[in-house]
Design a protein around this ligand. Structure first.
Ligand code: ZN
Length: 292
């Protein structure tokens, strides 16, 4: 149980556990909220990283999910991304903010820079990244094969809200840029890092994919808020990236990132008012499965 979480564990979704906004990030983003309900959700894809923690911010119902599980026990390649997104949607979530730590590939994007990327490159290797693979699920349901449009991987409305929220806190973000997502859990070699940089990509992370595409497959709006914690290996002359340094810089910025996130939560459009490309992800497709 996190500090601040109400001592109520609910094993299935009820009206009280409704949330229409999801935040996938660490416990630093909600552990201080007064009234948080812990909800355990099971999905056809197994268990999410942890319980979901539902609370209220700026009059909006928000479900928080610790991406790496409590105590940071799951490395990026072992996160059950399908279960995470499915579980959020099953509570009512339709818009997601995904804060994450990244390495900067450009010297201008030093530690403490906030990037709201508009493009993504997938260099992961072993992750289930679709619900629509035509394979029979454990519950006997067979999803159809579906190819969603992903030219613009992030929600344009969510991005606008995130950029505005950061500016409102005096934290000028990088509006746009490409996040390359690597398999991890190791950091890049210098050669890999130089290659990513030469390709013109902005930041490198380990969790942004398949989180974004699975959100799109479920018709959810997804916005990434990438906090640069280090200059990636090829962009610096020192010893390379260390986990200790990443944690230190993240810790230094977690409070203002939380402020930006909470402002963004309050500024996201009402679910019924959404009219972005994310809401049209399923146009023309027969999914073969019922979404939660
Ligand atoms: Zn959207």
């Amino acid at each position: 149980m996190f500090p601040g979480a109400a001592h109520r564990v609910i094993r299935m979704a009820t009206h009280d556990t409704y949330a229409d906004i999801g935040v996938i990030g660490g416990s630093g983003f909600y552990s201080f909220l007064d009234d948080v309900t812990e909800v355990t959700v099971e999905t056809p894809y197994g268990s999410p990283s942890d319980s979901l923690f539902v609370g209220e911010i700026a009059g909006r119902r928000v479900a928080f999910l610790p991406r790496h599980g409590r105590g940071h026990s799951l490395p990026p390649h072992r996160i059950n991304y399908r279960a995470n997104l499915w579980a959020l949607r099953s509570l009512g979530v339709r818009q997601i903010l995904g804060p994450c730590a990244v390495g900067g590939l450009d010297e201008e994007y030093g530690p403490g820079t906030l990037v709201v990327p508009d493009q993504l490159v997938d260099r992961t290797k072993s992750r289930a990244q679709t619900y629509f693979d035509g394979e029979r699920r454990a519950d006997g349901v067979v999803p159809r094969v579906v190819h969603v449009t992903f030219a613009d991987p992030y929600c344009p409305d969510g991005r606008r809200v995130a950029v505005k929220a950061a500016r409102g806190r005096g934290w000028e973000p990088v509006d746009g840029g490409t996040m390359v997502v690597i398999e991890g859990p190791r950091f890049s070699t210098r050669a890999e890092s130089r290659w990513h940089r030469a390709a013109g990509w902005s930041v490198v992370g380990m969790t942004g994919h398949p989180e974004a595409v699975l959100a799109r497959e479920l018709g959810l709006c997804y916005t990434s808020l990438a906090l640069v914690t280090d200059l990636d290996a090829g962009a610096e002359t020192g010893e390379g990236v260390s986990h200790t340094e990443v944690l230190r810089v993240f810790g230094e910025n977690v409070e203002r990132l939380r402020e930006v996130l909470f402002d963004a939560v309050g500024a996201l459009p009402a679910t019924v008012d959404r009219d972005c490309l994310c809401t049209h992800a399923h146009d023309g497709w027969n999914l073969g499965i019922e979404l939660p």
